[in-house]
Write a protein that binds this ligand. Structure first.
Ligand code: ADP
Ligand code: MG
Length: 357
């Protein structure tokens, strides 16, 4: 059973180490997709309202430091946040809310070094993990610190396992999984897990190219993985549940989007679904010439009465672009973590919060 914030008891005066997820895309020093920061607000507000002092630890991949985006983070959270350069500065000041700058600057973070974990933990009373997106990582601020502090799941982690858990547990009838995009090595395990749990799995993008290639279709110069045979081993590629594109928007000898027949077939299946789990765009949606498949499928999902879940950085960005993110019942903050969870894997960060006990 997951230990949650509600199991903490009194928060008054507690010093809390909070693992947040602020790993947002940034262009020209501007946060281009604030969704993950917005999602943190509820847990931060709850801890502070209860009288706790909160020190956050987070990483950002697109910048060396949070410095330039602090005004945006503060605006989204509606609070002053003191940026801390070194662990030893944690709580030297009176502020109730601070953020340790980019925790992945420390070599001990990704190595899950115990000395580093102890150093991170030592000024605090409890640890709260509100970063579902890194729960598949055995890192110090996710895993190691729990050796030294009583640990709890924040509202995001609680919500993610509840909503994604529904995707795994719901009856097979009417359950449709849609998998597109690239990074087939993270997505094919999800297909393998759902082939016996879903009614249909609709495939597109690079994953479709991989499967078609292995089945003997000439995918021309399309992007496909060189290790696709290995990635697909154990998957019944002839299963009637696995639905593959039958035509493409082809450009310069590459399949860059699904074609009109595929779109209408996928839309018909979506219209009959009771539950839709979506990750990965149908094509190279960043280019408007190849975004038609993603847009048509997205709009069909948005208009369906099914329980709908979406996740993945690019998929969420695409939904935002088409202005339909609010039509989903649940939007996961996890990319890799969501996929590992849906593949049925054990996530180390969740294990440390008691989820598998
Ligand atoms: P998410 O972030 O939602 O999990 P991915 O990162 O796996 O999605 O995939 C998104 C990327 O896949 C996009 O950059 C898109 O351009 C690319 N992509 C989708 N279809 C194709 C295709 N047919 N050929 C090459 N790239 C593709
Ligand atoms: Mg992506």
């Amino acid at each position: 059973m997951l230990r949650t914030i509600n199991n903490i008891g009194t928060l008054k005066g507690k010093k809390v180490l909070l693992r947040t997820d602020f790993d947002v895309p940034v262009a020209k020093e501007e946060v281009t997709e604030p969704f993950r920061i917005q999602k943190q607000k509820k847990t931060i507000d709850h801890l502070l309202a209860g009288g706790a002092r909160v020190a956050m630890a987070a990483h950002i991949a697109s910048l060396p430091s949070f410095q330039s985006v602090m005004p945006q983070i503060e605006k989204i959270l509606g609070r002053k946040v003191r940026l801390i350069g070194e662990i030893s500065d944690f709580h030297n000041a009176d502020e109730s809310l601070c953020l340790l700058d980019n925790v992945r600057r420390y070599s001990g973070e990704e190595k899950n070094d115990m000395k580093f974990s102890k150093d991170l933990a030592k000024r605090f009373d409890i640890y709260v993990n509100n970063a579902f997106a890194v729960c598949h990582r055995n890192h110090a601020s996710v895993s190691g610190v729990t050796e030294f502090l009583k640990s709890y799941a924040g509202f995001i982690v609680e919500e993610e396992v509840r909503e994604l858990g529904k995707c795994l547990d719901a009856p097979m009838a009417g359950k449709v999984v849609i998998m597109g995009g690239a990074k087939a090595s993270t997505k094919i395990p999800v297909i393998k897990n759902f082939i016996n749990k879903a009614e249909k799995i609709l495939v597109a993008g690079v994953i479709a190219n991989d499967i078609l290639k292995e089945k003997g279709t000439n995918v021309l110069g399309s992007v496909a993985d060189s290790d696709s045979k290995q990635l697909l081993s154990g998957l019944d590629m002839d299963s009637s549940k696995l639905v593959l594109p039958e035509d493409f928007n082809e450009f310069e000898g590459r399949f860059l989007d699904i074609g009109p027949k595929t779109i209408s077939n996928y839309v018909a299946i979506i219209n009959g679904a009771k539950m839709i789990i979506w990750n990965g765009p149908m094509g190279v949606f960043e280019d408007s010439r190849f975004s038609g498949g993603t847009e048509a499928v997205a709009k069909a999902i948005a208009g369906s009465g099914a329980f709908k879940v979406v996740g993945g950085g690019d998929s969420v960005a695409a939904m935002n672009k088409f202005n339909i993110l609010d039509k989903f019942d649940f939007v996961s903050t996890g990319g890799g973590a969501m996929l590992e969870f849906l593949a049925g894997d054990r996530l180390p960060g969740l294990a440390k919060l008691g989820y598998y006990e």
